[in-house]
Design a protein around this ligand. Sequence first.
Ligand code: PA5
Length: 449
Amino acid sequence: MKELVFDHSYAVPFVRPGELELLEPQAAAAHRQLHDKTGAGSSFLGWLDLPERYDRAELARLKEAAQRIQDQCEALIVIGIGGSYLGARAAISALSHSFSDLLSRDARRAPRVFFAGHAISDKYLHDLIELVAEKDLALNVISKSGTTTEQAIAFRILRELMEKKYGAEGARERIYVTTDASKGALRKMVQSEGYTSFVIPDDVGGRYSVLTPVGLLPMAAAGIDVDALLEGAAAACSWFGRPELKDNGAYQYAALRSIFQRKGKNIEILVNYEPSLFYFSEWWKQLFGESEGKDQKGIFPASVNFTTDLHSMGQFMQDGARSIFATTVWVDRSPVEVVVPHDPKDEDGCEYLAGKSLSCINAKAFQGTVLAHTDGGVPNLVVNVPELNPFYFGALIYFFEKACAMSGYLQGVNPFDQPGVELYKRNMYALLGRPGFEEERKALEQRLK
Ligand code: PA5
């Protein structure tokens, strides 16, 4: 079976000979800290070998629940924010039909999946409710802390809808909760209401939780083969568990990021050439942004969708401020082929492309862009994915999780906490008048005058 390959050959002009190897001792030390669980945030390393030791009985229970959701509803609403929704959204959009929401139920063989609780918007929730109110529904509410405001508000509103529609008992059978084993408001509600629930392990933080029920339940309900996805992640545990920098693509990626940053490249742009990877980039941005952006350090993670954005951001990448490097997630093989037809009139001047598939043209766009950006002073790294299927998607998730942990350690930060996220929450609670925040409220209102 082909491995997921990290290719840094295009970046050679930006790395002195021997420069990568200089980081071997630091990478080896960080590897030991990760695997011996002696580094910063070591109580959040449960994701490291989770795909290899996944509880099979729990997985069977999860697949049963997913089957029940498929039988129960036309629309599943997944309620969560940050790490509690981005992974599932990324997987479902990468691995489903591009227009799955518009396909018939028979063609889809799974409910439509909608997301809520990832924003605070009257319009979004109003429109979603309007769209699904007459459909058969199920909810999967996801929160590790069980106390996140965005998620809690959306759940309160949608639970009321469910109870009006199905009665308290009927709603209970259609609400699935994924949360901490013992703490938080959601766990209390599971205990009082008797909802079906799944546990987010204590030692797995939000943005590393896609391979727990957080991601796996919505994916399975959407018809994704979660066994294959976990197999791919487990294969990646072994490919990217190799201790030596020279043998480990995830570590090389982390080390090169650190080299580029030292050379003033403070922005990394994740590039895809496949529209269905849009949400994968959103997941990746959260993973790296929240893991590394602290202590006044970090590489700003951004993303573009090519070739679409070559007609917008391409100009900046080629020619703007030279503070960026790019990492392309390249998919080698398309599951389907569309070929440019012959047209002897050739009024559009495209006859030279006749007979070629779009993947073949996309590949040339990729190569041409990488070479142009290299000439423009932008280092390019590539992660080669043999094909976009559940197996390699699982492997891709694990590749970046492992690389992110290594990268955080190389940068000297704890990649598993997020102290900066708390401040906005405190201010928002105070301004909304949450009990216990009276003094903060006065001080903030003074500043807003
Ligand atoms: O990575 C993280 O920890 C965060 O992005 C969380 O996933 C996000 O804040 C949601 O938190 P919770 O799952 O507790 O609702």
